[in-house]
Design a binder for this molecule. Structure first.
Ligand SMILES: [Zn+2]
Length: 446
């Protein structure tokens, strides 16, 4: 079987997490429709845009993290088109001279980055039996990231998106809960790599589905043409929209209302450690690579892990399994979880002072209120029973009260042993040392 040759390029739109919009002081916070608006973002005649410095700094961080060549001047253009989501009839974007070009990003191979630029988001449109427009979104800053068609499979595209989103979190330029949108272009060798672009795909799972769908469709079809398609997320298929328009159709002009901004003083900004570097650090501390990868999926979790003081490999196990479980969708900062107390909890388990199941329950409490672990364990008398005499006493009692289970075990039912240990735990409220209890029960039966 010959290997299918596929070329995939992505044009990704990411909302940059600034306090205010790109060219006015309207807030970017969620609010009821059409309340975060002003003459600038509504495009009233005579209103003048003023560029948001925070957005400029953040687009530079993004372009740097994607290893782009950077321009010292920020130059905007107008992209003219008529559509109700754009009250000015043009979008302020960067065209001829994007802030970043010719970069690359490593994700299961080197993906070249064609350009990175800053632009404003149009309003959002909801269609019911009417068309509803919310201009709150109009003018919020977007980063557009365009790759060369270097991606060769849907899995690689997904891995790329995942890593990109992760690093944008590390740069603190993107809120994890914001949706990501992309135009996806897919071409196959069979058609002579005719370029088909699918517009406005939301979320990286759908991006993967679009690629898989398009590859199947283009392999099957007799003639594939250069065209723009849409994605019907409900029917899980693409549909033809128009034969590809060219950028010239948008009649770009340089934006006359915004002066050229000298950004050279921002270009020296230092990048924080990104996910690959964090993963490497953790592996060097002895953490299993798979665990390191999972911990670094979330910056808040990686930061938390870094602050722990207990043995890294054991701690990583607890972070990956238990911390992520109790956090659910909450950010660490939204809870009472504290890395020092978390480490103490793990150390108590490691010293066999505390049974694992009790520790897991305490961890759940630690999410919801401030707890001094050692005091809490003392006060509630939760220490593991290590006293052989005490354990022997409860074991004797359990065996006496559960004769049937003892007989079952003797006649080969392994499960009966688990039951007996369980009964013992019940009696000691989970505090008996599990291994000792197990051994003592076996000793006595045999
Ligand atoms: Zn505004």
């Amino acid at each position: 079987m010959s290997i299918l040759k596929i070329k995939i390029g992505l044009e990704i739109h990411v909302t940059i997490n600034t306090q205010s919009k790109l060219f006015c002081s309207c807030s970017t916070k969620q609010s009821s429709p059409n309340t975060q608006v002003c003459p600038v973002c509504l495009g009233h005649p005579g209103s003048k845009p003023v560029t948001n410095k925070e957005a400029v700094k953040k687009i530079i961080l993004i372009a740097k993290a994607l290893n782009c060549e950077l321009r010292e001047e920020l130059i905007f253009s107008r992209k003219s088109y008529f559509y109700p989501d754009l009250s000015k009839n043009y979008q302020i974007t960067q065209f001829e001279e994007p802030i970043g070009e010719n970069g690359f990003f490593e994700s299961k191979g080197k993906i070249r980055i064609k350009r990175v630029h800053l632009e404003e988001d149009p309003a959002s449109i909801t269609r019911t039996n009417k068309t509803l427009i919310d201009y709150n979104r109009s003018g919020t800053p977007l980063a557009e990231i365009v790759t060369e068609p270097d991606i060769t499979s849907s899995l690689q595209a997904r891995a790329f998106m995942k890593k990109l989103l992760r690093d944008l979190q590390y740069l603190e330029v993107f809120n994890g809960e914001d949706v990501i949108k992309a135009d996806v272009n897919v071409s196959v060798e069979k058609s002579g790599f005719k370029r088909v672009e699918v517009k406005n795909v939301t979320g990286f799972k759908d991006i993967q589905s679009v690629i898989e769908h398009e590859v199947r469709r283009q392999q099957k079809e007799e003639v594939v043409e250069n065209e723009t398609r849409g994605w019907d997320a409900a029917k899980r298929k693409t549909y033809s929209m128009r034969k590809k328009e060219t950028e010239a159709d948008y009649a770009y002009i340089y934006e006359p209302d915004i002066p050229i901004i000298d950004v050279s003083k921002f270009l020296g900004v230092k990048l924080p450690k990104l996910s690959d570097e964090r993963i490497k650090d953790f592996i060097e501390k002895g953490v299993d690579p798979v665990d390191a990868d999972i911990i670094c999926m979330r910056k808040d979790v990686a930061d938390f892990f870094e602050k722990t003081t207990s043995e890294p490999k054991i701690t990583s196990y607890w972070v990956r399994r238990e911390l992520l479980r109790v956090l659910e969708d909450n950010a660490v900062e939204e809870t009472f979880l504290d890395a020092k107390e978390f480490s103490k909890l793990i150390e108590l388990v490691e010293k066999k002072t505390l049974n694992e199941n009790i520790a897991k329950e305490i961890l759940e409490l630690m999410r919801d209120k401030k707890i001094d672990v050692k005091k809490y364990v003392e006060k509630n008398n939760l220490k593991t029973l290590n006293d052989d005499n005490l354990i022997e006493e409860t074991v004797k009692r359990v065996l006496k009260e559960n004769q049937k289970a003892v007989e079952d075990y003797k006649s080969g039912e392994e499960k009966a042993l688990q039951y007996l240990v369980g009964q013992d735990m019940k009696l000691t409220k989970g505090k008996a040392h599990p291994k000792k209890t197990n051994e003592m029960i076996l000793e006595r039966i045999e």
